[in-house]
Design a protein around this ligand. Sequence first.
Ligand code: S3P
Length: 440
Amino acid sequence: MSESTQYSVSAGGSLYGELRVPGDKSISHRSVMLASLADGQSTIRGFLQGEDSLNTLRAFRDMGVEISDVENGVVRVNGVGIDGLQKPDRDLYLGNSGTSMRLMSGLLAGQVFDTTLAGDASLSSRPMARVVDPLEKMGAQIYASEGKRPPLIIRGGATLNGIDYKLPMASAQVKSCLLLAGLFAKGTTIVTEPAITRDHTERMLRGFSYPISVNDREVSLEGGHRLRATNLDVPADISSAAFFMVAASIVHGSDIMLKDVGVNPTRTGVIDILRLMGADITLHRQRESGGEMMADIQVKSAQLRGINIPESLVPLAIDEFPVLFIAAAAAEGETVLTGAEELRVKESDRIKAMAAGLKTLGVKARPLPDGIVINGGARLRGGDVDSFHDHRIAMAFAVAGLIAESSVTIERCDNVATSFPNFPGHAGKIGMSVRELSPA
Ligand code: S3P
């Protein structure tokens, strides 16, 4: 028996029915951070009870914020005000969560007390220079480990000054880190991105009544204002819904409805890419809630074809590529992805991890430094693939199991709970059977 959870998936019947996947991870993190800094009590509904967002929640409790238990996705946060956080008694442990570490490093650079941010083996190997360097330009004092990796020790009491910063890579985490530092900085912080990335921080700052100005790829705010508590509805996570969009597209005869999915236009690249490949996807009941767009998404099976993925869509689908590679394996012809070197520094090197698993399943895939070429259309073999402890690699290969000749076993699936608690239970609701084998 393996030391970690395994999944086993075999081809079955078509997929049908309705499903609401858990709350959006990016929005859940930000909701706890901003509600903690606000004046007054905020109620958050639809909060993701995944390990990553729960690690953020615990970190703010450790800094003296009174936060209720999460019950049926509802959590109440008694904000301490912009200057009310307290020194934690211990290091803040953020598990697998790059979003927690990058956003919190900005927020904590402006506090009067020291903090240490630590994570698991995957997070400890991820690059932090992208946040440490611009934060130092603002006046922050941060000590990182070798190669500017975690743990990060952030010295309190530094005076931060606003900067005008051009992001070297399209990263919402870095943008958000600097905006959160900017709340505590003298003057104006201006961040310009090379391409549009997810804008949840900007929308949510507005929701908490903080003045912010957005002009295409340039975002700016002035330090020294206060946040006012608000109530928030977190939509279902499009990144979790994506696994079932691909599953229903590639399993013949399927017709599913994914409820209340967040369709913020900075996140919908997966829909655009699947539609370019010939997918049958319809958005119903499009509506706005708390500054974010939501819709019910119907997906019917369709014959997919390979495409050259437009590079402009890469930042808008950055977390969905593992499962998009499975769509490419099922599609007729060649799919080419370039301009996606960021995939190499996610929870795993996702190009390497996917290329290895696809090869095991008999799919011709050629990794590129910044992407991959996949020759789709042939029947997938079954086999044993490694997820490299990466939640999205594990779920992507679970989807591959639906179209393989024999069962696909996926190793080291424990981290699926970071973003998608009870993935097998949700999958089962639309007829996708994921057998979970727990460690002995
Ligand atoms: C996130 C931004 C993305 C994404 C991550 C969540 C966020 O990272 O991959 O899962 O919540 O801001 P980058 O901004 O580094 O691309």
